[in-house]
Design a protein around this ligand. Structure first.
Ligand code: ZN
Length: 443
């Protein structure tokens, strides 16, 4: 492990965590400027580009010979809100306790911004001869849908960020299952279909309840949607992920995992073989299109039965499925009395697990952890990949961090959770892995 490089990532992350970039409102400018200053002093000229007042993106390019196409390293600089009263240590103080650096963004994903800038600085200072340009993009607004960050960059300055391949969130972390250590490398993410559903009926007086009111109809529709997952799909990236895990797990689990994707028995198996409700939800999200009811609105006066009730619906589509199919599945649940309006849609993003970069990332991981098993991974959420994919970029979720299995920290709960933190040693380790991966790929 390269101690100096690791220290540098810890230093940069500490500084970034102390800058509150909670989105909304974002205000990523100070974080973008901090990274820009460090990149400039390493001789990599940065551009700080504002998409709106205070909403800054930083892009810098370490030039190679151009014999081969560029590699993009990308991290969003905004974070989701943190309620200090629910944290063990303050979320914007970057304190170290028990070997962990605490703070909102420690995992999602200022860690990768710090690691990537440390790597770019190092390659620049060492004057490593590169055949590919290495581009760093620290972007705004991922947590609110990417409009002021990656989407804006891709629309307004595509020439700055166009690359053959990109590395970013989510993946590369150690995942401990049944005594084995896996390193999921993300090659797929679900698409987005945001919608608004509305029920309409006669308004009336609150003294005379109406079982067919808009509120009642919408409530029943939401209950139907929530009681039963949408139909199962055998999505290729999910099947690949489950098979890759199964190949290294003990017999009973190995036999079970790939069968979860079988539309005939998968749901039954999941219900009976996986007991943890969170795990059930995680698997369900990889095995079906999903729709979460989120924002409910109806009525404005306590004694008036409103004539309209609406719910905003966060829909997610699997690779291989799409908006039309999800809409069909959703309408079957909601019934004929509820209208559905589309608000926003983005396709699922998939990258080629057969690309030489995937094999290179896998080799780099196992060189640093010979017991680790890299696996191609799909996430139910979205990332900036959905914007960069529009430029034809193959996106891999690869922000390596090693967790100590003895600490039993559920990685998934750190994302947007209270007490977000990163193991300092795991961050150092990951920075060395990232360095070797980037250098090996680009030189
Ligand atoms: Zn993130």
């Amino acid at each position: 492990m390269d101690a100096q490089l690791g220290d540098r990532a810890v230093e940069l992350l500490t500084a970034l965590l102390k800058i509150d970039t909670t989105n909304p409102p974002g205000r990523e400018r100070p974080a973008a400027e901090l990274l820009a200053r460090h990149l400039a002093s390493a001789g990599v000229e940065p551009s700080v580009l504002e998409s709106a007042p205070g909403r800054a993106n930083v892009v810098a390019r370490l030039k190679g010979t151009g014999e081969r196409p560029p590699l993009l390293l990308t991290a969003h600089l905004d974070v989701v809100p943190a309620d200090p009263s629910r944290w063990t240590h303050p979320p914007f103080a970057a304190e170290v306790h028990d070997g962990y650096l605490w703070g909102r963004g420690a995992i999602d994903m200022k860690n990768f911004a710090a690691m990537a800038v440390a790597v770019v600085e190092r390659l620049a200072r060492e004057k490593t001869p590169l055949r590919r340009d290495v581009i760093f993009a620290g972007v705004a607004d991922e947590e609110a849908g990417c409009d002021y960050g990656s989407r804006w960059l891709v629309d307004q300055h595509p020439e700055l960020v166009r690359a053959e391949c990109a590395l970013g969130e989510v993946g590369g972390f150690s995942l401990h299952l049944f005594g084995r250590t896996f390193y999921p490398i993300q090659v797929a993410q679900k698409g987005i279909l945001w919608m608004k559903a509305t029920a309409r009926a006669e308004p009336g007086h609150g003294s005379m309840p109406d079982p067919r009111s808009a509120v009642a109809e919408l409530s029943r529709a939401i209950a139907r949607l929530s009681d039963e997952p949408l139909p199962w799909h055998r999505s290729e990236p999910t099947v690949r992920f489950l098979k890759a895990l199964a190949a290294h797990l003990p017999a009973p689990v190995a036999a079970l995992l790939p069968r979860l994707a079988d539309p005939r028995v998968g749901r039954f198996l999941l219900r009976h073989a996986v007991r943890d409700p969170l795990q059930q939800r995680q698997f369900t999200a990889l095995l079906s299109n999903t729709v979460s009811p989120t924002v409910l609105r109806a009525g404005s006066k306590i004694n008036v039965i409103p004539g309209e009730a609406t719910v905003e619906l966060d829909g997610r589509t699997l690779p291989g499925s799409g908006p039309a199919e999800l809409l069909r599945e959703l309408r079957a649940r909601l019934g004929p009395l509820v209208d559905v309006e589309l608000l926003r849609s983005d396709d699922p993003v998939t990258s080629d697990p057969g690309h030489p970069l995937f094999a290179h990332l896998s080799r780099t991981i196992t060189a640093h952890d010979p017991t680790g098993v890299p696996v191609p991974y799909i996430i139910p959420g979205f990332t900036d990949a959905l914007a960069f994919a529009k430029l034809g970029t193959q996106f891999y979720g690869f922000a390596p961090v090693r967790f100590d299995p003895a600490h039993k920290i559920a990685f998934g709960r750190l994302y947007h959770g209270n007490d977000e933190r990163i193991p300092v040693d795991g961050l150092r380790w990951g920075t060395t892995v990232l360095h070797d991966a980037v250098k090996g790929w680009c030189q």
